[in-house]
Design a protein around this ligand. Sequence first.
Ligand code: DLL
Length: 440
Amino acid sequence: MGQKYINKQYFSPDTETATKKVLFELQSERLRNTVKICYEKVPMYRQRFDEIGIKPEDIKTIDDITKLPFTQKSDLRDNYPLGLVAVNKEDIARIHASSGTTGKQTVVAYTEKDIDVWAVCCARALTAAGCKKDDFVHISYGYGLFTGGLGLHYGAEKLGAATIPVSSGNTKRQVDILCDYGSDIICCTPSYALYIGETAKAMGIDTKKLKLRAGLFGAEAWTDEMRRELENSLNIKAYDIYGLSEIAGPGVAFECSDQTGMHINEDFFYPEVINPKTGESLPDGEYGELVFTCIYKEALPLIRYRTGDICALSHEKCSCGRTFVKMSRPRGRSDDMLIIRGINVFPSQIESVLLSLNMEPNYLIEVDRIKNMDTITVTVEIPSSMPNNTIHNTENIEKKITSAMHSALNITAKIKLVEFGSLPRFEGKAKRVVDKRKFE
Ligand code: DLL
């Protein structure tokens, strides 16, 4: 251990760099086992398999996965709270729930082993971002039913780093802790990282003097433009981390030094990308809905779970040496996609345009329908650095953004510039879209 461990490039070197053949065998064995358990222990799966005439023996390799039925968020809600759990109550070690604000919450369960596997996933993510055993890891994801805080917490501990469980909120105190304890790595949503950077600046702190080296940001869609913004503001390298409660929490996929997509921990979660309309599997490079099968989960082994996230997969060789398949950064969930007069737009695409024009990364998108016509208004803060915000200057900027939005996305948006600091800031997942349209 000792020095050798400190300089580790991968947390699980054998698995993270395994050959396709080794992974195939491992995934096939784990899928066979999962399907058997689901059939025996989860009434919904037994019924679904029976309906389409599938028996566990029909699943021989991972390639047979497409014979299995999909699972959807509504299945979890219909079996609320724990109807899809495959273990006895005494084996459940932890409960979390999705951060959704509408409808019934999605409740998820873990055995002790599930928590350990999840910690390994987060330890791999931290390691890929350069985190070492002698680092201080400052965790500003919320602790509680949300998986962000505890997920990264267990990951940092598994790696052997010193974990600082700050949770979210009390932003000035976050800055004080970053300065005083000398945190090396920070974990929070990209929106909160922005707010922390802004608060540090307002407190007169030069972030170049902090020890902070890297950040693991996720739980919401963000862009490469936002990455640059965060890297400048906090003087760090910013890494993406992806996950969802239903599958584990943070650490389902993570970025490496190559930063060309996120490696999926495919020894535990087998991914597919499908056409969301037909359910048909799509080849590498094609965007569609991401689907996961938990092939190594005890408490809640979901089969072909439709995440609603839109992305593409890539099996191309990665410079970091990991062989795990990569997913592109999700543009957002399919239900976040806005349809404005027939044109599909993701809020993250609007973010890219705003930031490419050096606007502040604080914005609000409001969509409405007036006289049967969709309207979109984007309110964005005037950059704090803009020297002279006269009306003339403001109008010019608004025109520039309208025209850039039109050429990049083919939408005509009304742009409203507001004073720096007037839009809300977020400590967790940002809420930047208000859709006021009512469909009869
Ligand atoms: O957000 C888990 C998490 C915590 C991931 C901390 C990363 C860091 P849920 O609250 O269940 O779980 O929300 C899951 O958030 O389906 C995506 O739509 C979105 N999401 C998560 N990570 C990313 C990301 C956590 N890196 C939902 N990029 C997912 C884009 C993300 N969207």
